[in-house]
Structure formats: structure tokens, C-alpha cells
Design a protein around this ligand. Structure first.
Ligand code: DC
Length: 232
């Protein structure tokens, strides 16, 4: 009998290792991995490049009118086999991880017309199941019917340290830990308080606080939860 294909929804705060665990699981079980944060970041990059975000704020009308010209997609990296975010066919994986995008993404992700567009695209990607998707509203709004929902969290300090280490690893210089911590806390606040599909734990989600877990412990737990759902 073919194994049952499911949707795995991984939601949680920023920088709590959602994408690392989602990528690992997708590879381990041969599922497609979709990083929905990368999609919001790609729209933010588009908005920055086209000056819809300025000192004065966001030009919502301008962005809304241009959004039909924005194609967010993923290309597989031939070396790592991991998806790379693309903006109208251009690989922008590096640019979308820079601080300028991180500092502007939450207000862009709060705009209902942005969420509507990206939610529709995410639902389309998951139609055939066999997908691990990470984000903030996957288990609550994108796939409320997902068979396995995980809500990941860790303390803000631990998450800021992880982001700091990640940026250092990428060669970013002159980093200010306090600025990163502020960015993590600010994004938590905006993501949890926006009107449309805020970050919240789905009632049927399993909660994972990984502040004190090793990657191996976390992965073993995740795989056992996946097996429970697919081997039943
Ligand atoms: O996971 P991340 O840090 O790359 O996400 C970037 C931003 O996008 C984050 O501030 C919240 C937003 N986001 C969202 O609102 N909904 C999602 N499904 C994924 C991300």
C-alpha cells in the first residue's frame, strides 16, 4: 500500500529554527519544502527596490497595483537541492536574508492583499500534499486541515543569538546583538498582533520549545510525530 501523503505545517516565532527542522524533515522523508517567510521577504525586496517603502512609510496603493507583476517562485539549488527564492525568475535568496529586508518584512506581511496573494499560492503548492511548509499561519489559515501541525518556540535571547551566529556565518560584519534582539522582539509583536492571520498556535498543534534541545533530539521527535501520522 502506498504510504499516506500528508501536509506538515510548522509555525512559530522568528529564528526559532523552524526552517532548519522543516528542511531536514522534507529531505528525510522525500517531501517538498516551502519556506513561506521567504515569499514574504521576496515581496518586501520587491517593495524596497521599487521604492514602495520609504522613510515616510509604505505606499500601499502603489504596491497593491504592482503586485500582479510580482512572481514569487523557487528554484532548486543544483548543489544542495534546496529551494532558492526567486523574484520574477531572479534568484534573490541572499538579498532577502539581509537586515534591510528583515527590518521591513513584518509590516509588508501584515498587508491583507499581500497575504491573500501568497496564501493562495501556498495552498496551490500543497494541493498534492507531500509537503512541509513553515511560516506563521500555515496550521491556522493556509492549511487548517494539515495532518501534522507543530508550533515551535524558544526564548527571544536564544533566537537572537541564533540569528547573530547565522549572520556572522554568512560573513556580515559590524553586527549589533541588541539590534538583532530588538528586531526579533519587534517582529514577534507585529506578527502576533496584526489583524489578518496573526501568529498563533493552532488548537491542534503540538508545541515544541527547543531552547534546550539539540538538533538531533529535535529531529528524532519530529520524525516520530511524522511517522505516527503517516503509518497509522
Ligand atoms: O520566517 P521568516 O523570519 O523568514 O519570516 C519573515 C517574515 O514574514 C516574518 O516577520 C513574518 C512573516 N511571515 C508571515 O507573516 N507569514 C508566514 N506564513 C511566514 C512569514
Amino acid at each position: 500500500m502506498p504510504e499516506k501523503k500528508i501536509i506538515v505545517a510548522i509555525d512559530g516565532h522568528s529564528s526559532c529554527g523552524k526552517s532548519t527542522m522543516a528542511k531536514w524533515l522534507a529531505k528525510e522523508v522525500g517531501y517538498i519544502y516551502v519556506d513561506t517567510g521567504a515569499m514574504y521577504r521576496t515581496v518586501t525586496l520587491f517593495a524596497l527596490r521599487n521604492k514602495f517603502i520609504t522613510q515616510e512609510g509604505i505606499d500601499e496603493e502603489g504596491l497593491k497595483a504592482s503586485l500582479k507583476d510580482v512572481e514569487v517562485s523557487f528554484q532548486l539549488d543544483p548543489e544542495t537541492n534546496l529551494p532558492l527564492a526567486c523574484l520574477n525568475g531572479e534568484v534573490v535568496e541572499k538579498e532577502i536574508r539581509l537586515m534591510e529586508v528583515s527590518n521591513n518584512v513584518s509590516p509588508i506581511a501584515a498587508l491583507p492583499f499581500v497575504r491573500e496573494k501568497l496564501t493562495r499560492e501556498q495552498q496551490f503548492m500543497g494541493e498534492a500534499k507531500g509537503i512541509v511548509m513553515d511560516g506563521r499561519d500555515i496550521g491556522t489559515a493556509v492549511f487548517p486541515q494539515a495532518e501534522l501541525k507543530i508550533f515551535v518556540t524558544a526564548s527571544a535571547q536564544v533566537r537572537a543569538q541564533r540569528r547573530y551566529d547565522e549572520l556572522v556565518g554568512k560573513g556580515e560584519k559590524n553586527l549589533d546583538f541588541d539590534e538583532i534582539l530588538r528586531n526579533v522582539e519587534e517582529r514577534d509583536y507585529i506578527d502576533s498582533h496584526r489583524e489578518m492571520n496573526p501568529l498563533r498556535q493552532a488548537e491542534d498543534a503540538l508545541v515544541l520549545d527547543n531552547s534546550n534541545l539539540t538538533k538531533d533530539e529535535q529531529n528524532a521527535w519530529l520524525l516520530s510525530q511524522f511517522k505516527k501520522r503517516t503509518e497509522a
